[in-house]
Design a protein around this ligand. Sequence first.
Ligand SMILES: [Mg+2]
Length: 106
Amino acid sequence: MNLKDLLKFIAREDKRLEKYYGHRLDKEKRVLARTVKLTEELGELASEVLAHYCLQRKQKLAKRCKDDLPEEFADVIITALLLAKAMDINIESALEKKIKKVNKRY
Ligand SMILES: [Mg+2]
């Protein structure tokens, strides 16, 4: 999968979510909801990282049935892209600019 494919998926998902929640979320609320959702997904990723290194309580580790680490990384990326879309950020351009900036450091 390349970035263009990912952004096509994000555009479809954005439309689907807008249809599902759009009737009760204006743009500002949509941005705030997606910001909160990103925080939730980051928490899930953090939990998986802790579990991956067996740094969770034994009770929590016992409840864990499978390794969700890759899926949680995907959730964070998708949710961040949906937030950027809700704020009309051209993420492709932002990534290109950031990569150039990082490359100049070395
Ligand atoms: Mg998740």
